[in-house]
Design a protein around this ligand. Structure first.
Ligand SMILES: [Mn+2]
Length: 328
């Protein structure tokens, strides 16, 4: 029954969220810094739905919209900043905590009623109204239920924005957070007019030439431990310059390292303009790369962490490998 995507899940906070929307005429929505497909997609999907209900909606993303998401309908509505403080409801989406809303946090908090919609539930919850579910694969799925509960009829535009959130946060239905209902909701969104093809091509087949060349350099430099469990690579400033690439263009490299058969921990180092090396560690169970990152003054989660080290890359890698293979 919970599979039925045409009825909202009986979620904690859903009734309060519906009441909050009905209580306000002017609503400000804000997503997190460095926004991803779920941040922008869930914000736009919700906003378009609220506009269909006659609400006046302001959309805030302090870091704007990444080029790969510029295809989403309604993208032109998004602002990086507003001076308005006359909102009846402030909503933060996909943020984890208030700090991740950046300067938008102050705008959201200026409203008499504040709502948190999120699937990151790690202690940073905020607002009087909370639509939170850590088992949901995406914030877009929570927004989907809210729109259903509000009686909004999904347009193809809303559906496209929400499916973008669902697809990007599940790695196109491949990650372990993909549940039967995730796919049921995906199906309902496609039935409402969303196009997975357009989303896929825009998000995943839209890399810059420089980004692909940089990936090639990193793959060429890739090395591994004798047992094959540790895989590493790096890029330095001259690589960025040679290919006209930016730091953003390194996004998929750690994942590509992890994709090597037998690899359990991927170390990816990228040199910043200051010369410092930023280290990304991506692991699978039972590794704990948070502890390794912490020993170098960094932090993160058990399976994904980061830290900064001084160069050169070869020496930094050697130090990291010692820390990784040291008996606990
Ligand atoms: Mn998300």
């Amino acid at each position: 029954m919970a599979l039925n995507p045409n009825a909202p899940l009986d979620r904690e906070g859903l009734d309060e969220a519906v009441q909050a929307v009905w209580s306000a005429r002017r609503i400000v929505l804000a997503c997190h810094v460095n926004p991803d497909g779920d941040a922008i997609g869930s914000m736009l999907g919700l906003g378009l739905g609220l506009e269909a209900l006659g609400k006046e909606v302001t959309y805030l993303s302090v870091d704007g919209v990444p080029e790969t998401l510029a295809f989403l309908p309604g993208i032109e509505k998004i602002q990086t900043h507003t001076d308005r403080r006359d909102f009846g409801l402030g909503v933060g989406l996909d943020a984890g905590d208030l700090k991740r809303l950046g300067e938008s946090a102050e705008v959201v908090l200026s409203a008499p009623l504040v709502m948190d919609i999120d699937h990151h539930v790690t202690g940073g919850q905020f607002g009087q109204v909370r639509l939170l579910d850590a088992t949901s694969a995406s914030t877009a799925e929570l927004v989907y239920d809210l729109l259903l509960a509000l009686g909004v009829e999904l347009t193809p535009e809303m559906a496209q924005c929400l499916l973008c959130g669902v697809l990007t946060d599940t790695g196109s239905f491949r990650f372990s957070n993909t549940k039967p209902r995730t796919m049921a909701v995906g199906g309902a969104l496609i039935a409402a007019g969303a196009s997975p093809t357009v989303i896929y091509e825009s998000v995943y087949e839209n890399a810059s030439f420089g980004a692909q060349k940089l990936l090639g350099r990193a793959m060429d430099r890739m090395a591994r431990s004798t047992d094959g469990k540790l895989v590493w690579s790096w890029v330095i400033q001259s690589d960025f310059t040679e290919f006209g690439a930016t730091d953003k263009d390194t996004d998929g490299i750690a994942t590509a390292l992890r994709a090597v058969r037998g690899a359990e921990v991927a170390l990816f180092l990228r040199q910043m303009p200051s010369g410092k090396l930023r280290v990304s560690l991506r692991a699978q169970e039972p590794w704990d790369v948070a502890a390794v990152a912490a020993s170098f003054g960094g932090g993160g989660h058990k399976l994904a962490s980061g830290c900064s080290l001084d160069g050169p890359p070869e020496a930094a890698i050697a130090a990291l490998l010692v820390a990784l293979t040291a008996p606990a």
